[in-house]
Design a protein around this ligand. Structure first.
Ligand code: GSH
Length: 232
């Protein structure tokens, strides 16, 4: 939707980490059928090995890169806990807003069709898109978003906790960005910069420090997000 990052938050998490740490990589459209977990992202390491799970990919790179090395351990632990919550709760709200609400589904359909065209002949793309749409709707409804009121309330709570973690610091765990910023930023960007009006989008823009962090981290990455894209 015009954003300078993958349209999949978990893929964007790995992408952002690679960009931030200056790790060379080649980006390709991932075929979930070939992934070890049947999900994206997955990487092919230089030795040919395939590995999935964004957190595990980053953990392996962290063994040599050490982006988190200088971060206060307590704050890092809290940040990781919140990132895990956001990856479940905020992600489901994003899926709901993108695949289940009529306006989100209308905007998402051409993107899904364009994606599946990488893998199936053009005439099958509309059918394949209907299938993907079905799987994502089912996934969006796997837990809290069965009751959107409860699902949004849980997502708002996670967002408030993220704002608390940020405090008045430039990045989520202090003066410098760490893996927690890489995990949470794509979710907040996708939720806040979606063109359809959603409760989550409206809540995000009530937190000026969060919007400033989104812009600041985007600048640090060289993937700028305009405040107007964020509907702030
Ligand atoms: N825990 C996984 C989650 C990955 C994930 O949910 N990927 C989504 C893309 S946003 C996917 O591959 N969905 C395809 C499907 O549900 O079939 C990670 O962090 O890598």
């Amino acid at each position: 939707m015009g954003l300078p990052l993958s349209e999949s938050p978990p893929c964007a998490k790995v992408e952002v980490y690679l960009v931030l740490t200056g790790t060379p990589f080649e980006e390709v459209v991932g075929d979930t059928r070939k992934s070890p977990t049947k999900l994206v992202p997955y990487v092919r390491w230089p030795n040919g090995e395939l590995q999935a799970e964004s957190g595990e990919i980053i953990a392996r790179l962290e063994e040599t890169i050490g982006l988190d090395a200088g971060i206060d351990p307590e704050r890092l632990a809290r940040g990781r806990e919140l990132a895990a919550l956001a990856e479940e709760i905020v992600y489901d709200a994003i899926l709901h807003d993108r695949f289940i609400t009529p306006e989100g589904a209308r905007l998402q359909r051409p993107l899904t069709e364009a994606l599946v065209r990488h893998f199936v002949p053009g005439f099958l793309a509309p059918l394949a898109a209907i299938y993907v749409d079905y799987t994502q709707r089912r996934r969006a409804m796997r837990t809290r978003m069965v009751d959107p009121e409860l699902g949004y309330a849980a997502a708002f709570d996670v967002i408030a906790q993220i704002v608390g973690l940020l405090g008045d610091d430039p990045f989520l765990c202090g003066e410098e960005p760490c893996t927690v910023d890489c995990s949470i930023w794509p979710l907040v960007v996708h939720a806040g910069a979606t063109p359809n009006r959603t409760p989550l989008r409206d809540v995000l823009r009530t937190y000026p420090t969060l919007v400033e962090w989104v812009v600041r981290f985007g600048e640090r990455l060289g993937r700028p997000i305009e405040p107007r894209q964020f509907h702030a």
